[in-house]
Design a protein around this ligand. Structure first.
Ligand SMILES: O=C1O[C@H](COP(=O)(O)O)[C@@H](O)[C@H](O)[C@H]1O
Length: 231
C-alpha cells in the first residue's frame, strides 16, 4: 500500500483554490530556503483553473523555473502543447518556462534533447504537480512498451510513443521519468471524477504490482504525497 494523504473537496472551485495554495506554499518555501524554485507542472485540462489562480499569487516569479511534467510532440502553438499554456500564463510574470520539446525531432531524439535541456536547471525539483488519465497514466508514463524504460531509465526525460495513442491527444511525447519525478521534494496529485479516484485508489493499494503506471511510479516514493480530488 502506498502512503498518501487524500484531500477531498465538494467543488472544482475549492479544489483549484487548495491546489493553487499548496503550490504557492511549496514555491515560497523553496524561495525562502534557496532563493529560487524549480517545479514541474502537469499538462492536460485538469490543472487549468488552479494554475490560473496560482498565477495571481504574489511570488518572486523571476526566481521560479517551471517545466512541464510531459509534453506532446506538437508545435508549441498547437492547443495540445502542454508548454504553451504554461508559457502564456507564467512567462509574462517573469518566470522561466523551460520546454521539454522543440524542433521537429523523432521521438527518441526528442527525449534525448529534453534530457540534455534539463541539465540547465537545479536538481532535484522542489515540487512535482502530477495529473492522471483514466488509464492510470501520469505525466506521459503510459501503459505499454515504453513503461519499463520510463520507470528504470537513469535519465530525467525520455521520448515515448503511447500504444495505443490516447484518443484525446494522439501524439508521441516526451516525459519526465520516475527518476526525475521521485527525486522531487514534494509530490501533489490533482485529479477529478469518480473513475480517476477508483483507478488511483487501486493503484495505491497494489503499489509495485499495480496494473497502472501511477502505482508502479509511486511504489518507491519516500516523500509525502498529497492527493487533491473533487467529484
Ligand atoms: O496527456 C496528459 O494527460 C494527463 C491527464 O490529463 P487531464 O486532461 O485528464 O487532466 C496529464 O496529467 C498529462 O500532463 C498530459 O500530458
Amino acid at each position: 500500500m502506498i502512503d498518501a494523504e487524500w484531500w477531498d473537496y465538494d467543488s472544482a472551485e475549492e479544489l483549484a483554490e487548495a491546489v493553487a495554495g499548496d503550490a504557492q506554499f511549496v514555491i515560497e518555501s523553496a524561495l525562502d530556503a534557496r532563493g529560487d524554485a524549480v517545479v514541474a507542472f502537469a499538462g492536460g485540462r485538469t490543472p487549468d483553473a488552479a494554475q490560473a489562480l496560482l498565477a495571481k499569487a504574489k511570488l518572486k516569479w523571476k526566481s521560479v523555473t517551471i517545466v512541464p511534467t510531459d509534453d506532446r510532440l506538437v508545435p508549441v502553438q498547437d492547443k495540445a502543447s502542454n508548454v504553451r499554456g504554461l508559457a502564456e500564463r507564467f512567462l509574462p510574470l517573469g518566470a522561466r518556462v523551460l520546454p521539454l520539446t522543440g524542433g521537429d525531432l523523432p521521438v527518441e531524439a526528442a527525449g534525448k534533447a529534453a534530457d540534455a535541456r534539463l541539465q540547465a536547471i537545479h536538481w532535484p525539483l522542489d515540487f512535482v504537480w502530477l495529473g492522471m488519465g483514466e488509464d492510470g497514466h501520469t505525466a506521459s508514463i503510459f501503459p505499454g512498451a515504453d513503461l519499463e524504460t520510463a520507470l528504470s531509465a537513469p535519465h530525467r526525460a525520455i521520448g515515448v510513443t503511447p500504444d495505443p495513442l490516447p484518443a484525446e491527444a494522439p501524439f508521441a511525447r516526451v516525459t519526465l521519468t520516475k527518476s526525475a519525478i521521485l527525486g522531487a521534494r514534494a509530490i501533489l496529485i490533482h485529479i477529478t471524477g469518480e473513475k480517476k479516484r477508483k483507478v488511483l485508489e487501486k493503484a495505491l493499494k497494489d503499489g509495485a504490482g499495480s496494473q497502472y503506471p501511477i502505482g508502479r511510479l509511486l511504489a518507491d516514493a519516500t516523500q509525502a504525497i498529497d492527493i487533491h480530488w473533487c467529484p
